[in-house]
Design a protein around this ligand. Structure first.
Ligand SMILES: C[S@@+](CC[C@H](N)C(=O)[O-])C[C@H]1O[C@@H](n2cnc3c(N)ncnc32)[C@H](O)[C@@H]1O
Length: 197
């Protein structure tokens, strides 16, 4: 049965108690526990990272030898020495490319995206915007990830989801659909975990 929406739910309270900026951290934690994605020393890019709970978690998992780069439309309050953040719209991929080039990064191991479009309230439009944003995420991930690197992205299920999934499966390996426990019961969101060939 669908549960009513409770803004300050147990995941939000847990996040506040554990010092995380958002409840979404528990979605990434569950995905990481299942797929063992994050390791010390890695280089990770988070496209749509504000307020920064995923970056907080990534920072701890990659440790002082790792580096995380986060982008968002919104400013991200500084997190740690091994995290750099930029206020940047990811739908300007040439700007993302030049910011990443300027970091002189080693190979990128993991690209994350928890991107959410500003919602119109019209389900099909919101779902289509989510897919359009994810097409940008995938293009950036395809250019920047090392072979064998992983991409994790959030997408809303709806009329265009199956076609989107087919496109992803044509170009990426080991594509898995995950619904973390912390995703709200009312939500249509799922996460795709995929490996670059
Ligand atoms: C659910 S939040 C991400 C939460 C984040 N994973 C965390 O743990 O703190 C979704 C984010 O997508 C960002 N976003 C939406 N469209 C964007 C765009 N075109 N470029 C960059 N960020 C975008 C929003 O500003 C918002 O901060």
């Amino acid at each position: 049965m669908i549960k009513p929406y409770v803004p300050n739910d147990s995941w939000s309270r847990k996040a506040a108690k554990e010092g995380f900026r958002a409840r979404s951290v528990y979605k990434l934690m569950e995905i990481d526990e299942r797929f063992r994605l994050l390791k010390p020393g890695q280089t990770v890019v988070d496209l749509a990272a504000a307020p920064g709970s995923w970056l907080q978690y990534v920072s701890k998992r990659i440790g002082p030898k790792g580096l995380a780069i986060g982008f968002d439309l919104q400013t991200i309050t500084p997190i740690a020495e091994n995290v750099r953040t930029f206020e940047q719209d990811i739908t300007q991929p040439e700007k993302i490319d030049s910011l990443l080039e300027a970091q002189h990064l080693p190979a990128i191991d993991l690209v994350l995206s928890d991107i959410a479009p500003s919602t119109s309230g019209i389900r099909d439009i919101d779902q289509w915007r989510s897919i359009e944003l994810n097409q940008v995420v995938i293009a950036i991930a395809a250019r920047w990830l090392r072979p064998g690197g992983y991409c994790v992205l959030k997408v809303f299920r709806g009329a265009d989801f199956d076609a989107f999934l087919r496109e992803v499966k044509a170009d990426w390996k080991n594509v898995k659909i995950v619904t973390p426990r912390a995703s709200r019961d009312r939500s249509k969101e799922v996460y795709l975990v995929m490996k670059k060939a």
